[in-house]
Each structure stands twice: as structure tokens, then as C-alpha cells.
Write a protein that binds this ligand. Structure first.
Ligand SMILES: Cc1cc2nc3c(=O)[nH]c(=O)nc-3n(C[C@H](O)[C@H](O)[C@H](O)COP(=O)(O)O)c2cc1C
Ligand code: SF4
Length: 517
């Protein structure tokens, strides 16, 4: 019996993983070869998808990118143990994977996401087991000393957030997972939900027993149907396995989970807007205070964290906070699942300790641009993140180092652009995005972004460029200091960074582009 692994991850499905899986079955059957196909998540090497793996005595061997036409020759080579042009060798020895420190994504692409037995066999539920033997105070101490900061964007210390909810009085408490993942170039939440859903369930369950919550929601964007399916399937399995529902793991704790699907608004990723949406209302941002930890979902104390924040918890509990905190630099502890996207040769998920430089990530790991042209700019941290030129590629991946250069690491998404990018157009896009996605509650964001689009248009037409550049700067300051939430408050970052680092693009004729052609 030949055992094969084919990802069911959305990125792999988009390039034909289902068709490859069917073809493997069909051709194997016609040749009388006995095979077993296990559908996994993705290992995160997107340019090799669909990546098929074969179990061997030495470990799994990878082949990719596999198309249906490759299947007959692939099965021939696999059965005869012959070399094949698509072979990447032992998966774990692929340098791109070998250079990573996979703590959160340790099982992603390896386990069967529908099997709790497989999860346990790969160290799953060890963290919950330990958490159940500890007091809430002891769990809080572990989460705090791990140094974990929220991976959703703001980098707020998770231990402090949980303690606030634990100390808050309430007849009911909730755990909410923010799986809206709206940032450009990001897909880590989706990947982990599709590839290792139990790690999220385990992390949320540990949060629940720590703060005394009995109910949790996972708010997933509607564009992620495969993640919704994977999470719902895993929740049912976990209930049957006794790790969700009443008397979790034989303890006195009760906790259950439900998936809720968003309707497609970027602002619904903002935590208070998400809570409004969960309660059945329009996604309008709430003023803070009160903090969600005091008065959150349905007015009750609520822990709301990003998928990756919860998914880091099982490792911290299982291996101890020091094992996590030993990685990283400064106040950025542990690892960050970085997502390389846009015009990049080797795009995918690269989990590594904080401290790696932007240049290493783009040039070395990402291999430069997909088009082969020089890298001109990268946007880090989603649509509200700054554009960095090559001159800033020595910036280490660290919350404070990015902030010191007027940037943010956000959810760890990096979008690469080559030298054909028009940065004035990108600045306009930032304002336009804000105008389209604004919840409309406050004036600087609602009106400022529309005025921003108009003014950048004037600059691009060459109308009173100097005066209009001053207007853009003024608008940016008003938005930055006068907006209620980070949508309006951070839109100035991509705009101002484009202006600061790529000033030559702002003006009438796109002279640089003509020169490049
Ligand atoms: C406009 C806007 C969109 C956001 N989108 C997301 C998102 O898609 N996912 C996410 O986890 N956090 C998002 N956030 C951050 C959340 O408000 C919040 O800080 C986060 O869910 C807290 O979890 P963490 O502490 O684990 O990071 C967004 C914030 C803003 C202002
Ligand atoms: S900044 Fe924009 S999205 Fe945020 S509350 Fe104000 S109008 Fe709404």
C-alpha cells in the first residue's frame, strides 16, 4: 500500500489539488496499484502546490507542482522508486522548510485535519491536559511570561487581556476568535484552520477555562468556505471526543464553540465592529472604553483574539512559556508566521523567530520577485501598513523596530512589488480602500478618505502639486489623530510612506515608469 498526502488547503485546491487527487485514484485503480490518499492542509510552499507527498521509510518525499498530466509518470516513479523531475526530495529537508521554526504550524500539512487521533499522535491536547491540572492564575502566569502578543495586528499582550477578562465580573463570559483575516497578503489564519483546526479549538478551550467562559464563537470571513467547513467538522469531532461540550476532558469545565460567517466587510475585523456583527447588527465600531474584556459580546466579559494568538497557546502550555519566549528579540517573543505574497517568487507561509530582517525575507527566502524585475517596494502589515523601500530592508521583524520606522508588522503579511509599481496609485488605493471600507462613524475617516482620493487624483493630473501634497499631509494628520479606530487612524501610514520614500512618483507624468519601459 502506497500512502500519499494531498493538500485540501484552498491555495492547493485553487491550482487543482482535487483534480490531482482524483486522477491519482483513477490511474492507480486502472493499474492495480494500491494507494491511500490522506487529505492534509498545506505545508505552505505555495509555488509547489499542488504538492503531493509520499510516505517512505526515510520520511515523506515531496513532489510539486503536480498537474493531472504528471500523475501517470509520478505513480510509475513512485512504484519503481525511480527519480522524477518534480521530486523535491525529503520534505523536511527542503531548505525553505528547514530554515523555519514551526511552533504554531508544527502540524500543519502533516496531520489529517479531520482526525483528533492524528492530532493527539502529534502532540495535540498536551497543552489542554496540562492546563486542566493548573489553576487559572497559573495558566495566566504562563501566558504572560511567554511574552505572547496579539497576532491580529495591535500586538497587545495576550496575558494582560486574559487577566482583565478573568478578573471581570459576569454571569457569562465569552471567547471570540477573530478569523476575519482581511489584510492584504495574509492567509495564515485560513491555513491553520484548514490544516490544523484542533490547535485553534484547543487554544480557545484553554482561554475559556482560564477566564471562566462557557461559550465561544469563531468569526470567519465568508470568503473562506473551506476553513468554515474544516472548523465545523473539527468542532463536531472534538465534541464527540469529549474535548468540547460538557465536562471537558472529564473536568468540571464546560465550553462549546460555534462558527459564524461574516458578510464581507474589512472593518468587521476590528474587534468591536466584529462583536456588533456577531450580535446581528451592522458592523459599526464601538467607542472604547468599555473594553471587550469588561463589556464585550452581549455586554459580557469577552476575550477576543486572533486565530494565531489562540493557536500559539497549546505550545506554550505544553512546552512551558520559556520554550516559547526563548525565541525572538526585544519585546517580540516567540515566532511569527510570516506570509510572503504579491509579486514574489517563493510565496507562502514562513514561521520564524522575530528578528529576521525584511531583506532576508524578501531576497533570500522569497527569492525576489516572480517577474524577475527588481523589488521596488514592500507593504508589510496589510492595507494599513507602510510601504518600505529597499533602503529599509535592514529592519528586523519586530513590533518596535517597525514602529520606529513608521511601519507595522500587523498580521505578518508582506506584499512585494517590482519596479513597475506606481506608488502614487498605491497611495490613492489606500485612501480609496478606507473610503470604501469605512464604517462611517467618524468624520476624519468617512470624509477624509474621500477627500484624500480626490486630492491624490489632482496630484496625479499635475494640478497644483505642491499645494495638494500639503493638503494630503494635512488630511493624513487629521485622520491619524482624529479617527476613532485604526482604519482611519492608520490609512495615513501607507499614504505617507509612499510620499516619503517614493516622492518621484507624485506628480503629473509618470516619468519613472516611462524610463523603465
Ligand atoms: C480595520 C481593522 C481591521 C482589523 N481586522 C482584523 C482581522 O481581520 N483579524 C484580526 O485578528 N484582527 C483584526 N483587527 C485587530 C482587532 O481589532 C483586534 O485587535 C484583534 O482581533 C485582537 O486580537 P489579538 O490581540 O489576538 O491580536 C483589525 C483592526 C482594525 C482597526
Ligand atoms: S475610523 Fe473609520 S472605520 Fe473606524 S470608527 Fe471611524 S469611520 Fe469607522
Amino acid at each position: 500500500m502506497m500512502r500519499l498526502y494531498v493538500p485540501r488547503d484552498a491555495a492547493a485546491l485553487a491550482v487543482g489539488a482535487d483534480e490531482v487527487s482524483l486522477e491519482l485514484q483513477k490511474v492507480a485503480a486502472s493499474r492495480g496499484i494500491s494507494i491511500e490518499i490522506i487529505r492534509t492542509g498545506s505545508r505552505g510552499l505555495c509555488w509547489l502546490e499542488p504538492m503531493v507527498e509520499l510516505a517512505t521509510d526515510a520520511g515523506r518525499v515531496a513532489f510539486g507542482p503536480v498537474s493531472t498530466e504528471d500523475v501517470p509518470s509520478l505513480l510509475d516513479a513512485m512504484s519503481a522508486n525511480d527519480p522524477h523531475p518534480l521530486s523535491q526530495g525529503l520534505t523536511d529537508e527542503i531548505p525553505w522548510l528547514k530554515r523555519q521554526t514551526r511552533l504554531t504550524f508544527a502540524r500543519c500539512g502533516i496531520v489529517d485535519p479531520r482526525s483528533v487521533e492524528d492530532y493527539r499522535a502529534h502532540g495535540g491536547y498536551k497543552g489542554l491536559g496540562r492546563a486542566l491540572s493548573l489553576t487559572p492564575e497559573a495558566i495566566l502566569a504562563d501566558v504572560t511570561s511567554s511574552g505572547l502578543r496579539g497576532r491580529g495586528g495591535a500586538g497587545f499582550p495576550t496575558g494582560i487581556k486574559w487577566k482583565t477578562a478573568a478578573d471581570a465580573k459576569g454571569d457569562r463570559k465569552f471567547i471570540v476568535c477573530n478569523a476575519d483575516e482581511g489584510d492584504s497578503g495574509t492567509f495564515a489564519d485560513r491555513m491553520i484552520m484548514e490544516g490544523d483546526p484542533f490547535v485553534l479549538i484547543e487554544g480557545m478551550t484553554i482561554a475559556a477555562i482560564t477566564v471562566g467562559a462557557t461559550k465561544g464563537y469563531i468569526y470567519i470571513r465568508s470568503e473562506y468556505p473551506h476553513a468554515v467547513e474544516a472548523m465545523n467538522a473539527a468542532i463536531s469531532v472534538a465534541r464527540r471526543a469529549g474535548t468540547l461540550g460538557t465536562r471537558i476532558g472529564g473536568s468540571t469545565h464546560n465550553f462549546d464553540l460555534e462558527v459564524r460567517v461574516g458578510a464581507g466587510a474589512y472593518v468587521c475585523g476590528e474587534e468591536t465592529s466584529l462583536l456588533e456583527s456577531l450580535e446581528g447588527r451592522r458592523g459599526l465600531v464601538r467607542a472604547k472604553p468599555p473594553l471587550p474584556a469588561h463589556k464585550g459580546l452581549f455586554g459580557k466579559p469577552t476575550v477576543i483574539n486572533n486565530v494565531l494568538s489562540f493557536a500559539a497557546i497549546p505550545f506554550i502550555l505544553a512546552e512551558g512559556p520559556k520554550a516559547y519566549a526563548d525565541f525572538g528579540m526585544g519585546r517580540s517573543r516567540g515566532t511569527m508566521p510570516i506570509q510572503l505574497a504579491g509579486n514574489v517568487r517563493h510565496g507562502g507561509l514562513f514561521e520564524t523567530a522575530f528578528g529576521i530582517t525584511l531583506g532576508e525575507l524578501i531576497d533570500d527566502i522569497g527569492g525576489g520577485t516572480f517577474t524577475g524585475r527588481p523589488v521596488r517596494a514592500v507593504q508589510v502589515g496589510g492595507p494599513l501598513g507602510a510601504y518600505f523601500p529597499r533602503a529599509l530592508f535592514d529592519t528586523p521583524f519586530d513590533y518596535e523596530a517597525f514602529a520606529a520606522r513608521d511601519g507595522l508588522i500587523g498580521h505578518g503579511g508582506i506584499v512585494v512589488f517590482d519596479d513597475t509599481v506606481d506608488m502614487a496609485k498605491q497611495a490613492r488605493f489606500a485612501m480609496e480602500f478606507c473610503a470604501v471600507e469605512s464604517c462611517g462613524k467618524c468624520t476624519p475617516c468617512r470624509i477624509g478618505s474621500t477627500r484624500g482620493v480626490e486630492t491624490i487624483d489632482k496630484i496625479r493630473r499635475g494640478e497644483r502639486v505642491t499645494e495638494n501634497l500639503a493638503v494630503v499631509e494635512d488630511l493624513c494628520n487629521t485622520m491619524k489623530f482624529g479617527s476613532l479606530c485604526a482604519l482611519g487612524g492608520f490609512t495615513p501610514y501607507p499614504v505617507m510612506s509612499a510620499l516619503k520614500h517614493f516622492k518621484e512618483d507624485f506628480g503629473p507624468a509618470p516619468t519613472r515608469l516611462q524610463a523603465a519601459e
